[in-house]
Design a protein around this ligand. Sequence first.
Ligand code: AMP
Length: 284
Amino acid sequence: NGALKIAVPNKGRLKMPALELLGKCQIRVEIAEDERRLWAETSDPQACVVFARAEDIPDIVASGAADCGITGLDLVVEKKANATVLQNLGFGKCRVAIAGPKGSKLAMLSGSRIATKTPNLLATYLKRNKIRAKPVMVKGATELSPMLGISEFICDHVSTGSTLAANALFEIDTVFESEACFVSAPELGAEKKTLVESLASLISGTLAAGGKKYLMMNVDERNLKRLTTSIPSAKSPTVLQLAKKGQFAVHTVVPAQGLAGLIRRLKELGARDILVLGINQVIA
Ligand code: AMP
């Protein structure tokens, strides 16, 4: 019906953060536990969500079956999908890394077998580093491969490293750094292109707003100058005169980190009635 089709992971670690990000862009989807659901309408009549496996999304978007989508950058590159990566999203961060038993070194990779679920990422790494090793494709728990004698090393996703440690494996080198990304179909009609661009801009605005707060406070005229010269701001704080003579309101955007310390300092500078507000979007 002309609505923007956004592909979103139907399960796994990228599903909820992807839906939360869309929610912050005012594209809200009623969350159902049923992972077999294939699509959903959203709170935005111009957008619907298509649910698919994260690993299938690069091809679904590249083929134009969905106009855009959220998936892992590693999956886009692994699939060599012709989808356009518009931006990284700051969640789903992980690395694809080579690991082996205790005492493993980079020099030992030559002539070895490396079990992996991402043969293309591994092949690119081996070529770039001029290492002749044999990728062994596995589907399930890669970490078991050295123990089962399937391979000497593994190439797998790592985020905290706890799964490797639990299997007595040690990281040797990073093959690929990944995070979730927003991708679009390579060719879009004018209308869809505009909708994808608007969503990309809302996503950028949401990401830029993350970690920022809007502060409003009142101050007496005698403390105004020292407050406005000390207060952090994106450009310059806004100063508004209150109806009551000699009273001013000061508004500013500050990093959320270190907020408690900043509020203490603002009080020392004479600020009163301090309000802290969340920011939805920062559109440059
Ligand atoms: P899932 O659907 O949960 O298997 O997630 C697949 C994608 O999540 C991967 O392709 C990565 O982009 C991302 N990811 C983030 N952290 C990890 C991790 N520790 N292990 C596997 N995938 C991860």
